[in-house]
Design a binder for this molecule. Structure first.
Ligand SMILES: Cc1cc2nc3c(=O)[nH]c(=O)nc-3n(C[C@H](O)[C@H](O)[C@H](O)COP(=O)(O)OP(=O)(O)OC[C@H]3O[C@@H](n4cnc5c(N)ncnc54)[C@H](O)[C@@H]3O)c2cc1C
Length: 941
């Protein structure tokens, strides 16, 4: 319930912002209010804003009402800077515009663009954005700039500050400034004269104070995101230039960033990589100092504990296990467009290291696979520690920097601190070239003595970093609430005073993200610690980083995987504590639809998850737990009579098809919607892309002497469903597949008892795991027999079924879905012709998880002049959920139609049910890729 000023704010906004973007119920506040940090502060009111005018209204209203506001983009921050106890403004689905400028020299990005999406657009021009946080596949421009985030290579030159060309800002009073628009600058100079005068005064006072000037210059010789970016007062003369650079790294405390124009950086086409192991940290750090003078682009350091954390993982170099105590690795990479020049760079680097004795010799490779293997050691460190912690505890990843001349001593001191405070399994790694170390500790915040231990450790750390080395307490992750108490200690009182003045120049009433970056509470870093209650072994290792969100079709419709886990954890905590029956009921009731029913269970979330969680597994488990005895019996009866079920489906679909023919799409659509409403959304929704019934496969084809055999397993879906009324090719997929196999000269073998076979996915995804296993076992036995114990390959015509089969059936079976099967078995026996002009393809989730996206494109390009791959996640059809929860499908494909060029006449995929939704939402028809292959090939005699 909203009260007081929040109620007034709601009243002002509700006529402008639709109510499905205004949240104040307990479930939403908890789910959306959580970020990747180890703090929990919940907002009272959440608004998903979609336009600048909405943000301007929100800010001017909040200013007037004195309500604090926090901005959030992807919420992957680690220091507690996207939390709010008042109003949280999240980005809705807008804010995604990208514009390449000056042939790629610059790029204009709206605040909601994910960093890696910007880079995808720049790749063809051999360009990328400068900032390169490890979270770039999730982090959005607003947060990347807001934190001045960095990574392995950007250092202090190519970060947001160093590459900023212009910015559009909205200030606390709702006013807008576009620093690239002369008119906007002029108007701002008039409307905000006082602000500009204050900035000029600050600039001049800092420059006059020689001690402070030197302090600021010295501090930015290394990476630093503690406090405000004071160097803006020195680097720029014009107050508007100073403002735009002060906003970088200001963590939402000075203004809202609407869009940013970056100067891009060159992306080299060739790289050479080496994994070097030194006997001890001193030698490794001395080597880093040498490498700094050579043409290297990144040097990642890993201490012995870090290497130990991954040495048992598959694919790791075997020598890791045999390394002596103290051994330290450097992963070194050098890049150039020209291969000869690259070779010369490698020589220079090796020469620089000649005097070092190494445990593993420095050998550079340009082989992509070997390079990936090296990087997998580095990239596996954080996930490995996170995954191996005790349930109910958290991991803390910290981020400090030193001058590289002090790196060895600082690392040894850090290792001693771990011992002193008993963080025995802490690991250290980091961007050594910049003196930037990350360390990861496992931390239990459930017990007071553990909180005390953390406090003592942080106190010692602060003294070590600041007093002994004059380093940075935050190099790239931002100050947040976590280091706010130590900003003055690190910078000194003069600099801190300037920071406070900056804050009050921009935000006199302190409404923008108060408590973040500047905070007078010396213990704020120990307050509001997030509980991570034990919930379920399938998700207990979740660190709530949010990397899953960009992969989830339900994200921004209902709940993302992170948000599902957050709510599920709280439900479990409430069940155990018995704290609030009312809240528990509310969360459970909300979770049923938001968490369970609208989960597509496609498992794509696991693609982004650093600890390999597939939230879908939790949802399937919940479905299994909640299935009643009666529904289990019903499902079992269906599973035992698949032949009758598929026959019934064929009959039913044909009847509906007849009505479609008689009544037309509009009338039948209207009737279907009416019936669904009357049934309380229990009756599935018909749509005009719904297929007619398939054709029963009558008997196995006769053996054909001399022809190689292929076992064809038509999925139960394709045995039930045929083409739809609007499909270009009205044959069923089973007919097309058989024709194709014959054309390629194969003898087709159908497994015994085909009518009753099913991979079991339809059951398992609804929580009937045992029934799913039963169907998988039956299929396994039948396929082993048909293939003569795995001698012959098996083609299944649906990627999702094949993906499940690969996970559940005997590894002896050689299982293929249409894409790989065509490329391996059909391509060599058929002649391809590019008969199509422009087509679209949709890699379904299972194909993505099997790494088949590029292969699908390759295959489509063998058949068409132009292949379009619209940018979509899972389509949201999710088996039959497209009929029962059509909103999920509509949300998943909301951008599809706009992405298809007019010339695009047909779409292709590898899942019949997904194709129904794709056809319905695209305006063209989607069929299996096998239709395309059949249309574009002739047999080779
Ligand atoms: C596993 C892991 C690894 C990470 N690795 C790195 C790394 O290598 N380097 C690094 O620097 N960081 C790293 N981070 C931290 C974080 O991912 C980055 O700093 C990232 O850039 C934050 O982007 P975001 O979109 O999630 O921003 P958010 O977390 O949503 O916001 C970040 C800050 O910017 C503000 N903000 C957001 N949008 C706006 C806006 N439109 N206008 C004004 N202010 C705004 C917020 O209020 C907040 O203070 C990592 C995080 C995790 C979980």
């Amino acid at each position: 319930m909203l009260t007081g000023k929040y109620q007034i704010l709601h009243k002002r906004l509700k006529n402008i912002i639709p109510k499905n973007r205004l949240f104040y119920d307990d479930l939403s506040l908890l789910a959306f209010g959580t970020d990747a940090s180890f703090y929990r502060v919940l907002p009272k009111f959440i608004i998903r804003a979609n336009t600048e005018s909405e943000v301007r209204l929100i800010l001017s209203s909040c200013s007037e009402l004195g309500l604090p506001v926090t901005f959030r983009s992807a919420g992957t921050s680690l220091s507690g800077q996207t939390l709010s106890e008042s109003v949280l403004v999240m980005l809705d689905q807008g804010w995604k515009e990208i514009e390449i400028l000056n042939k790629g020299e610059q790029i204009r990005l709206q605040t909601g663009v994910v960093g890696s999406d910007a880079n995808k657009r720049l790749l063809a021009l051999n360009k990328r954005i400068g900032p390169d946080p490890a979270s770039i596949n999730s982090a959005m421009i607003g947060g990347i700039v807001g934190n001045n985030a960095g990574g392995m290579g950007c250092g202090t030159v190519e970060d947001s500050y160093g590459t900023l060309a212009g910015i559009r800002l909205i200030f606390a009073d709702g006013s807008l400034l576009d620093t690239l628009d002369p008119k906007s600058r002029q108007a701002f100079e008039v409307s905000h004269k006082n602000l500009l005068d204050d900035i000029v005064q600050l600039r001049d006072s800092v420059r006059k104070n020689k001690t402070l000037l030197k302090r600021i210059t010295d501090k930015y010789r290394i990476k630093n995101t503690t406090g405000y970016t004071l160097k803006a007062l020195i680097d720029f003369d014009d107050p508007i230039d100073i403002i735009q650079h002060l906003v970088v790294g200001s963590e939402g405390t000075l203004a809202f960033i609407s869009e940013v124009t970056f100067n891009t950086v060159h992306e080299f086409t060739n790289k050479a990589t080496a994994f070097m192991v030194f006997p001890d940290i001193e030698n490794a750090c001395r080597a880093v100092a040498m490498l700094k003078k050579t043409p290297v682009d990144s040097v990642e350091l890993m201490d012995r504990a870090a290497l130990r954390s991954v040495e048992d993982k598959s694919g790791m170099p075997s020598y890791l296990k045999t390394l002596s105590e103290g051994a330290t690795a450097l992963l070194v990479e050098t890049r150039h467009d020209n291969a000869d020049e690259l070779a010369r760079q490698v020589e220079t680097v090796l020469r620089a290291l000649e005097s070092f004795s190494l445990l593993v010799p420095a050998e550079f490779t340009t082989n992509t696979q070997e390079q990936e293997n090296f990087w997998s050691v580095r990239n596996g460190l954080f996930p490995s520690v996170s995954a191996n912690r005790k349930a109910g505890t958290t991991v803390i990843i910290e981020d400090i920097a030193f001058d590289i001349s002090k790196l060895a001593d600082a690392t040894l001191d850090l290792q001693s601190l771990f011992l002193k405070h008993d963080y025995t399994d802490a690991i250290i790694f980091g961007h050594a070239l910049e003196g930037n170390l990350h360390f990861v500790i496992k931390q239990d915040f459930n017990r007071q003595e553990e909180v005390k231990r953390y406090k003592a450790f942080v106190d010692d750390l602060v003294h070590m970093v600041v007093d002994k080395y004059d380093g940075s307490l935050k190099a790239e992750h931002g100050t947040g609430r976590n280091m706010a108490p130590f900003v003055a200690y690190e910078w000194g009182q003069d600099a801190y005073k300037v920071m406070k003045q900056i804050k009050s120049c921009f935000d006199q009433d302190n409404i923008l993200n108060p408590g973040v970056l500047i905070n007078d509470d010396p213990e704020i870093h120990l307050k509001n610690l997030k509980p991570l209650p034990v919930a379920h072994p399938l998700v207990d290792t979740c660190i709530e980083c949010g990397f899953c969100e960009v992969h989830c079709v339900a994200n921004q419709l209902t709940l993302s995987p992170r948000q599902r886990i957050v709510v599920y954890r709280e439900i479990q905590r409430l069940i155990r504590s018995g704290e609030s029956a009312f809240l528990l009921d509310q969360l459970r009731a909300g979770f049923a639809y938001l968490g369970d029913e609208t989960c597509a269970t496609d498992g794509l979330c696991s693609l982004g998850c650093p600890v390999d969680i597939e939230t879908a597994d939790l949802i399937k488990w919940i479905r299994e737990e909640s299935a009643s005895f009666r529904t289990v019996k019903f499902a079992q009866a269906l599973a035992n009579h698949m032949d009758r079920l598929t026959a019934l489906a064929r009959f039913g679909l044909n009847v509906v098809h007849l009505f479609h023919f008689l009544l037309g799409s509009a009338l039948l659509g209207g009737i279907a919607r009416g019936i669904r409403v009357l049934s309380g959304n229990r009756i599935p929704l018909w749509n005009k892309a719904m297929p007619r019934g398939g054709k029963k496969i009558k008997s196995a084809p006769q053996p054909e002497n001399g022809k190689p055999g292929i076992v064809y397993f038509p999925s139960c879906i394709n045995r039930s469903m045929g083409a739809s009324r609007y499909d270009a090719d009205s044959r069923t997929l089973t007919e097309v597949t058989m024709s194709l196999l014959r054309k390629a000269g194969y003898h087709i073998i159908l497994p015994d008892n085909l009518d009753n076979l099913c991979c079991g996915m339809a059951f398992a995804s609804k929580g009937f795991k045992e029934i799913g296993d039963q169907k998988a076992n039956e299929l396994n036995a039948s396929l082993l027999k048909a293939t003569n114990q795995g001698e012959l390959p098996v083609l299944c015509d649906m990627s999702p079924c094949l993906y499940r089969m690969k996970k559940t059936l005997d590894p002896e079976l050689n299982l293929y879905e249409p894409i790989e099967f065509t490329l391996i078995y059909l391509a060599k026996r058929l002649k391809f012709e590019k008969k199509m002009h422009t087509i679209a393809i949709h890699p379904v989730c299972s194909a993505k998880k099997m790494g088949l996206e590029e292969k699908l494109r390759t295959l489509a390009e063998m058949c068409a002049e132009q292949v379009v791959v619209p940018d979509n996640n899972c389509c949201g059809f999710a088996g039959d959920r497209g009929f029962t929860y059509p909103e999920l499908n509509a949300h998943g494909l909301r951008h599809l139609k706009a992405q298809l060029p007019e010339a695009c006449t047909a779409g292709y995929s590898t899942s019949r049910t997904c194709e129904i939704g794709l056809s319905y939402h695209s305006g063209i028809t989607y069929q299996s890729i096998l239709y395309l292959v059949d249309a574009c090939t002739v047999g080779i005699d």
